[in-house]
Design a protein around this ligand. Structure first.
Ligand code: FRU
Length: 325
């Protein structure tokens, strides 16, 4: 039923594989359920920039009315996003950035602030002294570059804190486990790991556990999702000292898209708030998330009820018409 859809949004996602991206898509779909007139086309680049460029071109060819892009890496994705924008397609960039200011709107948190927040927490944990390892995001992504910048800026406030190494996350399925094992064995003075996402943080924890170092090495993650083995749970179980809640922006991206398509006012820069979760607030975070999940289930139940009633009404109206015509 594409004919009666009045708008078509194309979404180019760097990967759909991890829970953070799945959460982003879920919140987009939830918001889209209020706009049934919108046709939503999702393309998943599987973590490959060349694939993402190709998929954005396909969306341009399909003549989408608006593009949402979460770039895999900043530079490789920039020219195709600029091309779409110059052709008059509104472009919303989500989460990671391109290397250009040619876009219609941006939705996401400030990753320098994410890194800085983690760095300040590391300073407090280490009381100004200690050796630290960082494990990054996919290389060349604005998330990796900015989180690193913010983290280093914060820990450099203390000359006693030293970043011994920055490892690459397992973005291309190669594992950092071996390198981390070597580092931790060779340098017994490493006290803290800053992992740029909670998935990586959990893997880093497994390495520490194998070496019997889980008490000595503190770990800080990023993302703070609800659910088993996700950030909030990991902080609650003491596996992570803290995580920085990094919102996905799914809902805000769709709201901005709808405003642009309906020619309503919108903000070009939509900076989402972040927050640090540690043992002092993890319980309340858990509690609130459970409430939200409950409410979402209620909303689904309600809309099922509404569509049942609408159908019943429509069929009864037909029956009446037939009887009295
Ligand atoms: C998911 C992810 C998140 C992270 C974000 C940064 O693919 O790696 O864990 O916060 O991307 O762009």
């Amino acid at each position: 039923a594409t004919e009666n859809k009045s708008f078509r949004i194309g979404f180019s996602q760097r990967t759909g594989a991890d829970t953070w991206r799945k959460t982003m898509l879920e919140s987009m779909n939830q918001e889209l359920s209020f706009n049934p007139e919108i046709d939503f086309i999702v393309k998943d680049a599987g973590g490959q920039s060349s694939r993402q460029v190709q998929q954005i071109q396909e969306l341009i060819n399909q003549q989408v009315d608006l593009l949402i892009v979460s770039p895999n890496a900043a530079r490789p994705i920039t020219p195709i996003v600029e091309k779409a924008y110059q052709q008059g397609i509104p472009v919303i960039v989500v989460d990671r950035r391109t290397a250009s200011d040619q876009y219609t709107a941006y939705v996401g948190a400030d990753n320098v602030e994410v890194g800085r927040t983690a760095g300040l927490y590391a300073n407090a944990l280490l009381k100004g002294r200690g050796n630290v390892v960082e494990i990054g995001e996919s290389p060349g992504s604005s998330a990796d570059i900015d989180r690193h910048r913010g983290f280093v800026e914060a820990i450099h406030q203390h000359p006693g804190i030293r970043l011994v190494a920055k490892l690459e996350g397992d973005w291309d399925k190669r594992s950092f486990a071996e390198k981390l094992t070597r580092l931790l064995s060779d340098q017994p003075t490493i006290q803290l790991i800053f992992a740029q996402n909670d998935r990586t943080a959990l893997k880093a924890h497994a390495v520490c556990q194998k070496l019997g170092l889980e008490q000595r090495v503190k770990i800080i993650g990023v993302d703070g999702l609800p659910g088993k083995n996700e950030g909030i749970d990991l902080v609650d179980r003491g596996i992570l000292s803290a995580t920085v809640l990094y919102p996905t922006g799914g809902k805000e991206a769709i709201r901005t898209a709808v405003a642009i398509l309906q020619k309503q006012p919108f903000r070009r820069e939509n900076r989402l708030p972040i927050t640090l979760i540690d043992s002092s607030n993890v319980r309340i975070m858990k509690f609130q998330n459970e409430k939200v999940i409950e409410q979402q289930a209620d909303i689904v139940k309600q809309s099922q009820r509404i569509s049942y009633l609408t159908q019943t009404y429509a069929s009864q109206k037909n029956t009446l018409y037939i009887t009295f015509a």
